[in-house]
Design a protein around this ligand. Structure first.
Ligand code: ZN
Length: 313
């Protein structure tokens, strides 16, 4: 794999293949991709707000002037990969897992602004403002995907044949990776966080690990994560190791009767402690607990963010 600088903007990573990168890859700072099929192109993901999506589409204009975007994929339903959908031409067909469309429909762009505006625990307000204050959610209308990825799907994009791979449940209930065999590039969405802590909204960890092993078996040269720098197989293996480490630690702490908060404070992250947003461990332990014990309550975003704001306390 050729090494790609981790700087903000559009980077050509292979022939006809680009990655849009947003250091440092923290909350909402998502990557995206563009595949040029000579005469038409495919966009992988939009951005968290309209200004960021406009900036990305403008940077892609030298390519899309000759190869307009005719196809798009939302790798999953989190807003930082979909909230810019309305800026795509109405004729663009947007592909996503049906679970991702349902997620996008359920989570309005205004939810975070509402949360940030509420009078709550000061630690939580401060955490939300630090994490999401740089984004502008006003006036966004969610445009839902129009084509379901219910199984692996081959898509013709001009001269290219691209594979949409249904993965998981893993990061969410509806994750899709985009594989371009011609260039050996995989756009993984949030199946990969590199240099930052992965978030397991859905899980189980074993299913996410299986999805990553499948992506490794593609033997691709280049993996573009949903957040963080472009990587190779070694980066995929690191995320597998993190997930296995948390899964084993959570099982042990659950058996010892620890609450999610206690487990997140006690679990030794070892060499993963230096990854960005280590407090996401709270979400990951909560997910592991749900899979260990069906009676564990469904995730409640406000209490999870409150625990993260106070982590490791
Ligand atoms: Zn994301």
């Amino acid at each position: 794999m050729t090494s790609i600088a981790y700087t903000a903007g559009l980077h050509q990573i292979a022939d006809g293949c680009w990655a849009w990168l947003q250091p440092d890859g923290g909350w909402g700072l998502s990557n995206a991709g563009l595949l040029d099929g000579d005469g038409e192109s495919l966009l992988v993901d939009t951005q968290f707000d309209l200004a960021r999506t406009r900036r990305m589409l403008a940077a892609m204009a030298p390519v899309t002037a000759g190869s307009p975007i005719r196809h798009a994929v939302n790798t999953h339903g989190n807003g930082d990969h979909c909230y810019g959908n309305e800026l795509l031409d109405p004729a663009v067909r947007i592909w996503a897992a049906p679970e991702a469309s349902a997620h996008l429909q359920a989570e309005s762009p205004q939810l975070l602004s509402t949360l940030m505006g509420l009078d709550m625990d000061p630690g939580l307000s401060d955490y939300l403002r630090r994490s999401f204050g740089a984004f502008d959610f006003t006036g966004i209308r969610s445009r839902l995907p129009d084509a379901d990825v219910t199984a692996d799907t081959e898509l013709s994009v001009g001269s290219r044949t691209v594979r949409l791979l249904r993965c998981g449940p893993a990061h969410t209930h509806g994750d899709v990776a985009v594989f371009d065999p011609a260039s050996g590039v995989v756009f993984t969405g949030d199946l990969l966080f590199i240099g930052g802590t992965p978030i397991m909204w859905a899980g189980p960890a074993s299913s996410w690990i299986a999805a990553l092993q499948r992506l490794l078996a593609l033997d691709a040269d280049t993996y573009v994560p949903g957040h963080g720098p472009v990587t190779g197989a070694a980066g995929v293996r690191e995320v597998i190791e993190y997930l296995a480490h948390v899964e084993a630690g959570a099982a042990e702490l659950h058996a010892r009767g620890r609450t999610v908060r206690q487990a997140a404070a006690e679990l030794d992250l070892g060499r993963f402690a230096g990854w960005g947003n280590p407090e996401r461990l709270v979400i990951n332990i909560d997910s592991c607990y749900r899979h260990l014990d069906p009676a564990h309550p469904a995730p409640d975003v406000v209490s999870l963010f409150t625990l993260m704001a106070g982590w490791p306390g």
